[in-house]
Design a binder for this molecule. Structure first.
Ligand SMILES: [Zn+2]
Length: 449
């Protein structure tokens, strides 16, 4: 289970929000303190950078080898690595990928395929079909139906031809037969943010959510002797890129509901292993000390409860209304219960009109500036709109969990999976690019200089 782009600070805010709204925390923290789970601290760096992207992160778990950001299980010299779905598939395991992003997106694709670039969505879809992955549920419908000038592509037909049952909305999803492989895509691109979904009756009717997709995938895969299921809460990352704490906490709490589904399954099937983690931090939101003795922080964070749409939703509405100052002021009050001072609003609008730039280039973007404006209302500040180098928490429960404890490298996760599956296989690895400090050979040379 991967809550994509969830830094320690994001887990913390999810925990606080969950306690505030549900009277209980997240499963991740509950497992930490239960004494029944193993806890690790994982270095997720990629081959070329201390800051990983989701493609390199998923590849490291999937192949045991670090690759350059953007690549899916392919080394810089072009050699392909075998991903975990292929290795386990050969050993007779069934495989499932479930996500709130496009199904061809980096995290599921890292488990499913080898491909030079995460951007090649249609190729990734074809590789899923070639691999015959038994459960594929998420968004990304457009990659299966896209029409190109010269050739009409209907990947859905290709999947159907190979025996897949295909669903494109909730009603069809509920009728997927257990005895055939599944392809379900429930949005053109990513699934809507949970927060927007909650406030839109049409979306609620047509788009299934992560806990339901997880439950269905488990129901199907549990008929098999052995299976691997990856569940991704993929849009926590997107909300963090947008510096949108309301969007992020809702998707993280939903991810936690999917964790509930898996932990219930573990209770009934103790020979299962569950690993819950994230692939990297994104923009590291923090609830800041505000006011005298930091006494305002609690009340400010309470305001998040009043949010009625994501930043994505707000931006779309504002655009529709001609991006005027009056429309923005009204939308902020209507959707977030926030009435910024005229001065603050004017400063934001001046940025939107490109009349000033922030000192730190990492904050140069409309979402980041909207995040800063709302930071006065929610008490939450951000580092930028990008991923961060943070080590990440990993918690494992069930059969073999004790192998995932202490300090680990992302590539160790793959080795533990292979040991547990009884598969003796190693992909090739290459040395890190641009590691900090001089190499051993360079140190040797310096000593003689
Ligand atoms: Zn990201």
């Amino acid at each position: 289970m991967v809550a994509d782009g969830t830094s320690w600070s994001m887990w913390t805010l999810g925990e606080i929000y969950s306690r505030m709204t549900r009277g209980r925390g997240l499963r991740l923290f509950e497992l930490f303190s239960s004494g029944r789970a193993a806890v690790a601290w994982v270095d997720m760096r990629s081959l070329n950078s201390m800051v990983t992207d989701s493609a390199a992160a998923s590849s490291s778990w999937s192949s045991g080898s670090r690759v350059v950001n953007g690549a899916l299980n392919v080394l810089p010299d072009g050699r392909s690595l075998r991903p975990i779905c292929s290795l386990l598939g050969e050993a007779g395991w069934k495989r499932g990928l479930v996500t709130t992003t496009e199904i061809t997106h980096a995290t599921p694709a890292g488990f499913g395929v080898s491909c030079k670039s995460r951007g090649e969505a249609e190729k990734i879809a074809r590789l899923y079909l070639e691999e015959g992955i038994e459960v594929l549920l998420g968004g990304g419908r457009k990659f299966f139906t896209r029409e190109k000038r010269s050739d009409r592509r209907d990947l859905f037909a290709a999947f159907r031809k190979q025996g897949y049952a295909v669903a494109t909305e909730a009603e069809e999803f509920s009728r997927l037969p257990l005895n055939r492989p599944w392809l379900g895509t429930f949005a053109e691109s990513h699934l809507p943010y949970r927060l927007d979904w909650e406030h839109d009756a049409e979306l609620r009717r047509t788009v299934p959510r992560l806990p339901e997709m997880t439950r269905a995938a488990l129901r199907k895969l549990a008929r098999e002797q052995r299976f691997l299921l990856q569940v991704e809460g993929g849009r926590v990352d997107h909300a963090c890129h947008a510096n949108d704490i309301a969007g992020a906490v809702h998707d993280l709490v939903e991810f936690d509901e999917a964790a509930d589904v898996c932990l219930d399954y573990l209770k009934a099937n103790p020979d299962t292993l569950i690993v819950i983690t994230t692939d990297h931090g994104t923009a590291n939101p923090g609830l800041n000390g505000m006011g005298a003795k930091y006494g305002d922080s609690n009340g400010l964070f309470e305001h998040v409860r009043r949010a009625r749409c994501s930043f994505e939703g707000l931006s779309a509405l504002w655009k529709k209304e001609g991006q005027t100052a009056a429309a923005l002021a009204r939308l902020l009050e209507e959707r977030y219960g926030y009435k910024p001072s005229g001065k603050r609003l004017a400063q934001f609008l001046a940025y939107a009109e490109k009349s000033w730039k922030p000192l730190y280039a990492g904050m140069d973007g409309l979402p980041m500036q909207l995040g800063e404006l709302l930071g006065n209302h929610w008490g939450v500040g951000w580092t930028s709109g990008a991923h961060t180098a943070d080590y990440v928490p990993l918690v494992a429960a069930g059969a073999g969990a004790e192998r995932f404890a202490g300090g680990m490298k992302n590539t160790d996760v793959f080795r533990r999976y292979m040991e547990l599956a009884g598969i003796d296989f190693r992909n090739p690895e290459v040395p890190l690019l641009g590691e900090c400090g001089p190499s051993a050979a360079e140190v040797e040379e310096l000593a003689w200089a």
